[in-house]
Design a protein around this ligand. Structure first.
Ligand code: FAD
Length: 276
């Protein structure tokens, strides 16, 4: 079966460098004009080299753990030493329910491929994501920063491969290519909308490095499970090897966790990052 709309499709070549996205042909069969002849490539593209994590609100504090553990009898009166000991004991014994009373809410902007990983965390997490059915997605795309490791070291294992930074040429070729793909796909998305396709279908043109915003709410117990899996730490009792980008999101969560509930955070680290 012929696929005329893919003829001359530069996105499927292996060498991206040097191709002007505006000159690529429109992907729709009814339009074989170069893209810059009917819709200008938007110059409002936003290129993200990071995810954004904003704290919205929180009831994270060490007292609420003690209050829940001792119910209403001793919580308010406990001194710092007693609270530290109690929290550490709860963590060590994996008596996790008192940690469920600490609530935290973030607004997070991350690429779709990060959300695919994040949404796997089902228990104790609530999500609301911006709708690609009810609003037009903005041209915001992720391009990894220069220092993001992205080349596998020869000889490292398939499941535990080790990466290093790419050399300048490889990074430039990849990042330019990724921008080109993002611009080209976004153009196709706009074109689909223009010819009357609804947003929920037109979005099928968009790649997984599109940025999307979610509100994420969780509690300390669920967050610790997330951090145990999504932060790379060789000193953890069960070291995990998460994707670099979700690790960056997790580190931002962890920064807030440490600041808001230092005793609970310290007990989590001291007990090998094992979620109670
Ligand atoms: C490094 C890494 C690589 C991964 N690779 C892949 C992959 O290749 N493919 C893939 O599909 N996923 C992959 N995942 C996702 C992984 O399988 C989990 O879906 C994700 O980490 C969420 O963990 P969770 O189930 O503990 O979290 P949650 O869903 O938040 O669950 C929290 C806890 O609740 C309990 N729980 C939840 N649901 C159930 C249930 N149905 N029955 C019993 N107990 C339950 C468990 O104790 C669980 O740990 C990967 C994760 C990591 C960290």
């Amino acid at each position: 079966m012929s696929r005329p709309h893919l003829i001359n499709d530069h996105r499927y070549t292996t060498d991206y460098a040097g191709i002007d996205p505006a000159k690529a042909l429109c992907q729709f069969e009814d339009c074989q004009k170069p893209k810059d002849q009917h819709i200008p490539i938007p110059d409002q593209f936003e290129w993200f080299d990071h995810c954004e994590v904003n704290l919205i609100e929180s009831t994270f504090n060490d007292d609420s753990v003690c209050f829940a553990a001792w119910t209403s009898t001793k919580g308010d009166e406990a001194d710092h030493g007693a609270r530290k000991g109690l929290i550490n004991r709860l963590m060590k014994d994996r008596h996790g329910t008192p940690f469920e009373h600490m609530f935290i809410q973030f607004q997070v902007t991350a690429p779709i491929f990060v959300w695919r990983e994040h949404h796997r965390h089902r228990i104790g997490f609530s999500y609301n994501e911006e709708s690609a059915r009810y609003r037009t997605m903005r041209p915001r795309f992720y391009v990894p920063p220069r220092y993001r490791p992205m080349v596998q070291i020869d000889g490292t294992k398939a499941m535990d491969y080790v990466m290093v930074e790419a050399d300048d040429e490889t990074y430039d070729r990849f990042s330019k290519g990724l921008k080109l793909i993002s611009q080209s796909n976004y153009h196709d998305y706009e074109r689909a909308l223009e010819i009357g396709v609804v947003r929920e279908v037109a979005r099928m043109c968009l790649p997984v490095n599109l940025m999307s915003t979610c509100v994420v709410s969780t509690n300390a117990r669920a967050l610790m499970n997330f951090l145990s899996l999504r932060v790379k730490d060789a000193d953890a009792a069960y070291p995990s090897n998460p994707q670099w980008e979700i690790n960056q999101v997790a580190l931002e969560y962890e920064r807030h966790f440490e600041r808001l509930a230092p005793l609970t955070y310290a007990a989590f680290i001291a007990n090998g990052r094992v979620a109670p």
